[in-house]
Ligand binder design. Sequence first.
Ligand SMILES: Cc1cc2nc3c(=O)[nH]c(=O)nc-3n(C[C@H](O)[C@H](O)[C@H](O)COP(=O)(O)O)c2cc1C
Length: 406
Amino acid sequence: MKHLIKNKNIIIGVCGGIAAYKSVELLRLLKKQDANVRVIMTRNARAFVGSLTFEALSGQPVWTSLFEERNDAAIRHIDWAREADAVVIAPATANMIGKLAGGIADDALTTVMLAVTSPVLLCPSMNTHMYENRAVQRNLEILRRDGYYILEPGSGELACGTTGPGRLPEPEIILDRLISYLCPKDLKDKQVLVTAGPTQEPFDPVRFISNPSSGKMGFSVAKAAEQRGGKVTLITGPSHLSDPLNVTVIRVQTADEMAHSVFTHMEDAQIIIKTAAVSDFKPKKEVRHKIKKGDSAITIETQKTQDILKELGRKKKNQVLVGFAAETEKLEQNAAQKLVEKNLDMIAANLLGNPGSGFGEDTNKVTLIYKDGRKEVLPQMTKDEIAHILLDRILELGKSSRESGD
Ligand SMILES: Cc1cc2nc3c(=O)[nH]c(=O)nc-3n(C[C@H](O)[C@H](O)[C@H](O)COP(=O)(O)O)c2cc1C
C-alpha cells in the first residue's frame, strides 16, 4: 500500500466543523505512508483546532489566508493545485459544500479547489438535520456530477446530541478511500473471490473447535482488490472486522457452510484467493443440548472436513488460484508440497510464532512460492501492503500465462 502513496503530494483541507480534530490523525496516517502533505485550513477551522499541530506533523506551514505576506513571488494557489496528486477535505462543512457547488473562491481552500485537476475526496460531516437539508443534498448532488468523490458520513450519536448520518468516518477509512482513488484500476472487470477468517465447528450449542484466525489478511486482500476496481466477494468465517466498502460479504460459521458458499461462487471468479483458516476437523456429532460438566472429562470424536482448496484446485478452469499456508515448522517445504497437491498457482507461506507475523497481527511476514518453483521472500509489512503485492503478482501471473498461451 505504501508504494501507492509514497511521495505523493496530498492536500488536506480542514473546515470549521466539530470533527476537525480527526484530520490531525488523518495527517499522521498519511505521513506514516511517506506522503508529502500540505494542509489548508479555513479561517473558521482555526477556531476548532490550532495550526501548530498540523505544521509540526506535516513539516510545512499551514495555509489559511490567500493574501498573507510571504517572501516568495509564487502564485501559491496555482502551484499547490498543479502539484497535488489528490485532495481530501475532511471535515467538509455544509458551508464549504455550498461554496464548492457554487464555484465560489473567496479563501485559500476554495480558490485552490477551482484550480485542482487531481481527484478530490469530500468528507461531509455535520448535524443530521443539516446533512439532510435539501440545499446540502442538492449541493452534494451537483458536486457528484462535477466529479468529486463523496465519502458518505457515518451514522450514530453525534456530538450535537442528534442521532443519524453526519459523523466523519474514522481516518483509516478516509485513507483507504483516498488510496483507492490513487490506485491503478488494474482489476477492473475482474471477479475476485476471497475467503477469510476461521471456521467454528460446534459440538454442543455453546462450544466449538476453532483457531485464532482474525480474518485480517483476507479482509485486507478483499479491500485491496476492490480499491483496484475488482468486483469482490468475500466469504468469511466468524470475524469481528466490519465489511470492507463495496465488497459483497458472506458470513458463514462452519467449514461445510464455507465449502458450500465457495463452490456456489467459484464459477464466476477469475481470481480466487483463499486465506481462510478452515478447520481440518469437525466433531462427528453435534449434541442439541449443552454437555453438562459432570465428574469426568469428555472425548470428542472428530472427522475430517472437506478440503476446500484441493477441491478448488481440481475444479478450476483458467482461474488463478492462490492459497495461504501457516506452518509451525519446515515452512517452505510444507508450503511447496501444498502448492503441488492443491494445484495452486501461488502460495503465501508464513511461519507461525514469529513476532509481528500470523494470527491476529496487523503485520505479516510471508514467502511467496510459485508453480514454477520461484520463491520470493517478502520483508515484514502490513497485511494491507502484502495484499497489494499479492495482487501485483497475480496480475503478472495472468499476463505471463496469456503470453505463453497456457
Ligand atoms: C461549535 C460549532 C460546531 C460546528 N460544527 C459544524 C459541523 O460539524 N459541520 C458543519 O458543517 N458546520 C459546523 N459548524 C458551522 C460552521 O462552523 C460554519 O458554517 C462556518 O461558517 C464554516 O466555515 P468554513 O466552511 O469556512 O470552515 C459549527 C459551528 C459551531 C459554532
